[in-house]
Write a protein that binds this ligand. Structure first.
Ligand code: 5GP
Length: 207
């Protein structure tokens, strides 16, 4: 099985539960490396700099762009978000599987640069359920909910560029399905060319 690290992008609607799925994956399978993005948005209560995000000013973000320090960046709901290159490079060079939890524009930019990337989109089973989860949080104003639904409509238009659609109905099932997809990707023939060559050469030798 391929030991080379796989780059996976996980996207999903706000309210799809993708953050909880990611936490569940890291808890059950600590071998995955989750990239920490840079953002210009303010931290939410409980969020920690360097853990959830690198919270930076617009000026610092601009410097990261001009210094070519980001693999991709996008504007989302009036704030900038980007993937720092350094951590991704380091983890992949160590053979680790790296996961980027980013939105759809960023996903497309990553796929352009790394065609081997696995793109996974997390969705609730129905739009009704998505709305229920968004309103159920209780913390969001009707205006914020409308904005999130508008974003979701736009994001739904990009679902077809993804390799896998993961329905988040049962959390544990969803976590194991995500782990299963990445494990299966390691076993793809195209990711195991070296093993195929070695086995072919060994057969040549005993002919
Ligand atoms: P939130 O503000 O709710 O944490 O994130 C808003 C959106 O930005 C989510 O869809 C999240 O996946 C996305 N996001 C987080 N980090 C990045 C990043 O580095 N690049 C891009 N393109 N999107 C990101």
């Amino acid at each position: 099985m391929s030991k080379k690290g796989i780059l996976t992008v996980v996207s999903g609607f706000s309210g799809s539960g993708k953050g909880t799925v990611m936490s569940g994956l890291l808890k059950a399978h600590s071998e995955y490396a989750l990239s920490v993005s840079a953002t210009t948005r303010d931290p939410r209560p409980g969020e920690v700099h360097g853990v959830n995000y690198f919270f930076v000013s617009k000026e610092e973000f601009r410097e990261m762009i001009s210094g070519n320090a980001l693999y991709e960046y996008a504007e989302y709901s009036g704030n900038f978000y980007g993937t720092p290159k350094a951590y991704v490079d380091q983890c992949l060079s160590e053979g680790k599987d790296v996961i980027l939890e980013i939105e759809v524009q960023g996903a497309a930019k990553i796929k352009e640069q790394f065609p081997d990337t696995v793109l996974i989109f997390v969705t609730p089973p129905t739009v009704e359920e998505l709305l229920r989860r968004l309103t159920g949080r209780g913390s969001e104003s009707p205006e914020k909910i409308r904005e999130r639904m508008k974003n979701a409509v736009r994001e739904a238009g990009s679902m077809q560029i993804y390799d896998y659609i993961l329905v988040n109905d049962d959390l544990d099932e969803c976590v194991e399905a995500l782990h299963g997809i990445i494990s299966a990707e390691h076993r793809r023939a195209c990711r195991n060319r070296q093993l195929i060559d070695t086995i072919t050469e060994e057969f040549e030798m005993i002919r």
